[in-house]
Design a protein around this ligand. Structure first.
Ligand SMILES: C[S@@+](CC[C@H](N)C(=O)[O-])C[C@H]1O[C@@H](n2cnc3c(N)ncnc32)[C@H](O)[C@@H]1O
Length: 291
């Protein structure tokens, strides 16, 4: 299983890197589809015209915290699909490599931004975006993702490492509830994904995506009508009581909550220290505030 050797280290150990390289090369034939037709050819033509030397990154080349391995295009597409990304979104790719996720998103009308530490990769991504005709929506910063602001985006994509995901997790959990985070292959420690999917077909390696939806922070004591609502929360998992009676079927997805209490079904939205919404069976709307 490919995850095991990578879990142990924040950077690929040289032997893992070699294994990674071999895997990545096996996948590279399929992956090359991603860029070869759409924008690499155009970029090469542009470079030939300008007389500049093409920068050709090597799969497995050293990066600051992670080597460069491109996400197979089929998985890029799957990641955007799982995030339900639309032109209403604003996407950020952490460690954006040759820019494929950002450029694919921009091609779908989404404003997208990549953060890439390696200046040559960031320049390549900018050229690829220009060649794909999406430079107005696809932008790249040459920067360290650990020094960068992650707020203001509704979708965050990444293909990093488990240890880096763990390091980022506290910052990701502070983002606006409902923010979708999609990772190529690597988990987020104890924060279980809301969804996971693997693409088949030509995809040989790095073919699994994991999706998390940043949950609203709702643990604690609330007042709902004249009753006490007590909630315990671990990431998106919530349990609790209303008037001392256990809640059933509690689902928290971003800022949307639903649960059963007694014979009623409660559905609502969380907004800071308030949550409110509809109740089943024609019962009056409900509203809870932090006690
Ligand atoms: C595994 S590649 C993924 C590239 C791209 N996101 C994709 O899915 O095709 C990881 C990328 O992160 C970049 N990187 C590594 N450490 C970084 C850091 N601290 N800040 C920004 N980029 C970083 C590497 O240069 C590399 O391009």
């Amino acid at each position: 299983m490919m995850l095991a050797p990578l879990r142990s280290s924040p950077q690929f150990h040289p032997s893992h890197r070699f294994a990674c390289l071999r895997r990545a090369r096996a996948g590279a034939a399929a992956v090359s589809l991603a860029l070869s037709c759409s924008f690499a050819a155009a970029a090469a033509a542009q470079e030939a015209a300008s007389g500049s030397q093409a920068y050709v990154p090597q799969v497995g080349q050293q990066g600051k915290d992670v080597v460069w391995v491109p996400t197979p295009q089929a998985l890029v597409d799957k990641m955007l699909e799982m995030a339900q990304a639309t032109p209403a979104d604003n996407l950020l790719d952490l460690g954006s490599g040759d820019g494929r996720t950002v450029i694919t998103a921009a091609g779908r009308g989404i404003r997208a931004h990549g953060i890439e530490y390696n200046p040559e990769m960031a320049d390549l991504a900018r050229r690829n975006a220009a060649a794909a005709g999406v430079a107005d929506r696809a932008t790249f910063a040459t920067a360290d993702l650990f020094e960068s602001n992650l707020s203001g985006y509704s979708v965050i994509t990444m293909f990093l490492l488990p240890a880096i995901n763990d390091r980022l997790r506290p910052r990701l959990l502070e983002l606006k509830p409902g923010t979708r985070i999609v990772s190529n292959s690597f988990p987020m420690g104890e924060w279980a994904p809301d969804q996971q999917a693997t693409v088949g077909g030509d995809c040989q390696t790095w073919c699994t995506a994991l999706l998390w939806i940043v949950p609203a922070q709702i643990g604690g004591n609330w007042k709902l009508g004249g009753q006490e609502l007590k909630l315990e929360q671990t990431f998106q998992q919530v349990s609790g009581t209303l008037g001392g009676e256990p809640l059933r079927d509690v689902v928290l997805r971003g800022d949307e909550i639903s649960f059963r209490a007694g014979t009623a079904v409660y559905r609502g939205k969380v907004d800071g220290n308030t949550m409110e919404g509809e109740r089943s069976k024609g019962a009056p709307a409900w509203r809870a505030t932090r006690a």
